[in-house]
Structures are given as structure tokens and as C-alpha cells.
Design a binder for this molecule. Structure first.
Ligand code: ADP
Ligand code: ADP
Length: 218
């Protein structure tokens, strides 16, 4: 579970997130919908402890990560801020993350296969397509087998097969009882993936509704 309470983040003169309060529950896919610049990435960075809120607080499974990144065993996140170093191989990136987070090597191999990167695992990440980089980010997010998973615009750069694959993956993770929080600027994408929708506009909560309510009112 993710509990966001009155979260505000100001960058210079820009209020990126403005008093956001929302709870993201386990066992379902919660879509985080809003146009570019709405504050989705900023919110997600605050949740995983990569960014300190200006005010308000975030708890993930009852813990706060305001001053340090959440451990991969607790929270996995696909975020631009977590991108792999371009000079490293995919395998080296995942192995380094595994070592710093006390995760065994066997799990690295498992996630490489899970995301379909086995063939390119020894290649430099700098040469990866956006879709391959997304798959690597997802592998990193899943590495610690976390109960809470955040993915920022995961379908970006993926082909239709990749998009279908992600949908199935997210559905499966939610069915296992995990908290799955996934952002997109596309309602059409959310309609196919999410059970629940949190809608953000200019840093503020616009709606917090089940997909059923959403489609019934449309
Ligand atoms: P979204 O993920 O919904 O596209 P963001 O959280 O990336 O939105 O951005 C929200 C607002 O905060 C935008 O106006 C963006 O320009 C601004 N912003 C985000 N990160 C920074 C930063 N590191 N420094 C300054 N402004 C930022
Ligand atoms: P290193 O340079 O030691 O390999 P990174 O700079 O890759 O470490 O990661 C720094 C921190 O960010 C780590 O504490 C790690 O837990 C966190 N981190 C990196 N990638 C992810 C990810 N995909 N999901 C969540 N946290 C991550």
C-alpha cells in the first residue's frame, strides 16, 4: 500500500505537486493518469524516496523514504531517474543493483528471462532501443521481488507486442496481491490495463475512481 498525504513539491517557481492525498491499494492495478507536466513523475520520485517533498508525507507499507531511496526488496520502480549507465551492459547493471541490495545472482537471471532480454544481456545499454531500455528498467523494478511496484509511462517506446506483454505482466503482479501503480498520459491505455484510476491535473487530484465507475459515467 502507498499512502500519499498532502504531498506538495515546488521547484523554484513551479508547483509540480499541489497537496495530493491518495492511497494506492494492493491487489489491483492503479493507473495514474494525467497530461504531460501534471506531476506524475514527481509524485513517483517522492514515493520511492528519490526526491524530498516540499511538504506532506508518503508512506510505503508503513515506512517513510523521505531521505533515502527505498530498498529494491520493498519498492521497485521504473523511473527515468533510475536509468542504467549507458556504458554498462544490462547484466552488469542488474548485477550491481543486486549486490547493493543483497539480492542473489539467480534472481538476476530470472528477471532477465522474464523481460525477454537474454539475447542482449551482455550488450551496452547505450545501444539499446527505448523498448529494450524499458524492459531493462522493468527487470530492475522486479529484481527485489517487491510488494510495491511503480512504473512511470512503461509503454513508452514499446511495440504492440511489448505493450500487450506489459499489460499481462501488470495484471499478474496485481493478481499476486502486489501494489501496482502505473502512470500514463493515455486514457485508452489505462482503460485496457487498470482496475482503478487516480487522475492528476496540474499537481492536484482530479479523481480517484474505479475503472467501472469511470466507464459507467463516460
Ligand atoms: P509528469 O510526470 O506528469 O509529466 P512531472 O512530474 O515530470 O510531470 O512534472 C511536473 C512539473 O514539474 C512540470 O512543470 C515540470 O516541468 C516540473 N519539474 C519536474 N521535475 C523538475 C525538476 N527537477 N526541476 C524543475 N522542474 C521540474
Ligand atoms: P549503483 O551505482 O551502486 O549501481 P544506482 O545508482 O544504480 O546504484 O542506484 C542507486 C539507488 O537507486 C540504489 O539504492 C537503488 O536501490 C536505487 N535504484 C536503482 N534502480 C532502481 C530501480 N529500478 N527501482 C528502484 N530503485 C532503484
Amino acid at each position: 500500500m502507498i499512502e500519499i498525504r498532502n504531498l506538495t513539491k515546488v521547484y523554484g517557481g513551479t508547483t509540480a505537486v499541489d497537496g495530493l492525498t491518495v492511497t494506492v491499494r494492493p491487489g489491483r492495478v492503479t493507473g495514474f493518469l494525467g497530461p504531460n507536466g501534471a506531476g506524475k513523475s514527481t509524485t513517483m520520485r517522492a514515493v520511492v524516496g528519490l526526491d524530498r517533498p516540499t511538504s506532506g508525507e508518503v508512506q510505503v507499507a508503513g515506512r517513510r523514504y523521505a531521505d533515502h531511496p527505498a530498498p529494491l526488496r520493498e519498492v521497485g520502480a521504473l523511473l527515468d531517474a533510475n536509468a542504467a549507465h549507458p556504458g554498462r551492459s544490462a547484466l552488469a547493471h542488474l548485477r550491481a543493483l543486486a549486490v547493493t541490495n543483497g539480492i542473489g545472482r539467480a534472481r538476476v537471471d530470472e528477471v532477465v528471462d522474464m523481460v525477454g532480454l537474454r539475447q542482449v544481456a551482455d550488450r551496452r545499454v547505450g545501444g539499446f532501443s527505448l523498448g529494450m531500455a524499458q524492459r531493462l528498467g522493468i527487470a530492475a523494478a522486479l529484481l527485489g521481488d517487491p510488494a510495491v511496484i511503480l512504473l512511470d509511462e512503461p509503454v513508452n517506446g514499446l511495440d504492440p507486442d511489448g505493450i500487450r506483454w506489459i499489460r499481462g505482466l501488470l495484471r499478474g503482479l496485481a493478481a499476486e496481491g502486489r501494489t501496482v501503480f502505473v502512470s500514463s498520459h493515455l486514457m485508452s491505455e489505462m482503460a485496457l490495463t487498470a482496475d482503478h484510476l487516480v487522475i492528476l491535473g496540474r499537481g492536484r487530484l482530479i479523481a480517484d475512481v474505479s475503472m467501472e465507475e469511470m466507464t459507467a459515467s463516460a
